[in-house]
Design a protein around this ligand. Structure first.
Ligand SMILES: Cc1cc2nc3c(=O)[nH]c(=O)nc-3n(C[C@H](O)[C@H](O)[C@H](O)COP(=O)(O)OP(=O)(O)OC[C@H]3O[C@@H](n4cnc5c(N)ncnc54)[C@H](O)[C@@H]3O)c2cc1C
Length: 328
């Protein structure tokens, strides 16, 4: 029987799988239907809520390999990788897929090295060639699209959030949970201090359907409030260019681009961002791109679906007001 498609669960650290996990399972189900094999979830966490397990089953994971142990949070490659690698050695999955998130990017790369398999990072599509799975992934900051095949199994890949269709939940499926033991863990690193992120009330950047992003054109950190107001009205997440991050106006987790986060929202609104290739690398797969820039020749207008040439300090408050009226 064909090996299973394993989907590594990305969760909210509160015991619930994130939307991107539904996307992983949705895509895996599609290819398991074509090629055979089951779709299974692989979850390493310090807390798995029963409803979270229920979601995984409802999305179509026929089995959930679960490690629930305080030693698994926060993420540490040296703790996570041996657990999954050992199980993969025993179960021989056909594929192991994770999300394009900070920890999954590292986990999957380490797993590939440990298992001696190939990894297709940052996939935006899958297809078949000669009966074999082929992954599509942007390279050179999205200028070229490459198609890659795995020479040996398992087929490891990371999938970009918001690109693949999420599995629809079919309630009533009871989760089949295979609890795994982490065994004795003696990590070489120790956490000294952990700071929780302040809750903004806005959606998470990589999962948001709308992103409002600010660059050097904002002139200073205090002006991000303009974007936060707009974001609050339209339910968007706020992001930033590297220039804004390097200037210390926003922490690095807000940065979009080659050396920051990769996003694919339904709508991206860039304000005071020139559109350098390294920025585009992180957002060019957004479905609709809108740019506000006072320079009509700014490169971002070359890829924008809608461009507003104007001063963001006038345009953004007007947009916020108009959206507010529409919502009323
Ligand atoms: C190896 C490497 C990796 C990099 N990784 C990243 C990355 O991950 N993400 C990233 O973003 N960059 C990255 N960069 C940097 C990138 O090359 C650019 O320098 C950066 O994106 C520029 O940011 P910006 O658009 O905010 O600033 P600028 O290029 O300075 O553009 C500011 C824009 O604001 C406009 N503007 C000014 N005032 C106003 C106003 N009042 N109203 C409207 N518009 C206004 C200007 O016309 C201008 O177009 C990387 C660079 C390197 C070399």
């Amino acid at each position: 029987m064909a090996g299973a498609f394993w989907c590594v669960v990305e969760d909210d650290r509160q015991g619930q799988p994130k939307k991107v996990t539904a996307e992983l399972i949705g895509e895996a189900r599609r290819w398991a239907g074509e090629l055979g094999g089951a779709v299974e979830a692989v979850w390493l966490t310090d807390r798995a809520a029963p409803e979270g397990l229920g979601h995984l089953a409802a999305w179509g994971a026929s089995r959930i390999w679960l490690w629930e142990d305080a030693a698994l949070a926060p993420y540490r490659g040296e703790t996570w990788v041996p657990a999954v690698a050992n199980l993969a050695g025993r179960e021989s999955p056909r594929a192991i897929w994770g999300a394009v998130t900070s920890r999954h990017r590292e986990l999957m790369a380490r797993l590939a090295a440990r298992l001696g398999g190939g990894i297709a990072a940052d996939c935006v599509a899958f297809g078949l060639a000669d009966g074999q799975l082929v992954a599509t992934r942007p390279v050179y900051a999205g200028k070229i699209v490459s198609r890659v095949r795995w020479k040996t199994g398992p087929s490891l890949a990371t999938l970009r959030p918001n690109v693949f269709k999420a599995a629809e939940a079919a309630p009533g499926r009871a989760p089949v949970v295979e609890r795994q033991s982490l065994g004795a863990v003696t990590p070489a690193t120790r956490f000294v201090e952990r700071r929780e992120e302040a809750q903004t009330g806005l959606p998470e950047l990589t999962e948001a359907e709308i992103v409002v992003s600010g660059g050097r054109g904002l002139k200073g950190p205090e002006n991000f409030v303009l974007l936060e107001e707009l974001a609050g009205v339209i339910g968007a997440a706020v992001g930033a260019s590297r220039a804004a991050v390097d200037a210390g106006w926003k922490p690095h987790r807000f940065q979009i681009g080659q050396t920051g986060r990769t996003i694919s929202p339904k709508l991206y609104i860039g304000c005071g961002i020139s559109g350098a290739i390294q920025h585009l690398a992180g957002m060019r797969t957004s479905k609709v791109i809108c740019a506000v820039n006072k320079d009509a020749d700014a490169p971002i207008f070359k890829i924008a679906d809608f461009g507003l040439v104007g001063d963001l300090f006038e345009v953004v408050p007007l947009l916020t007001e108009e959206f507010r009226k529409l919502k009323r």
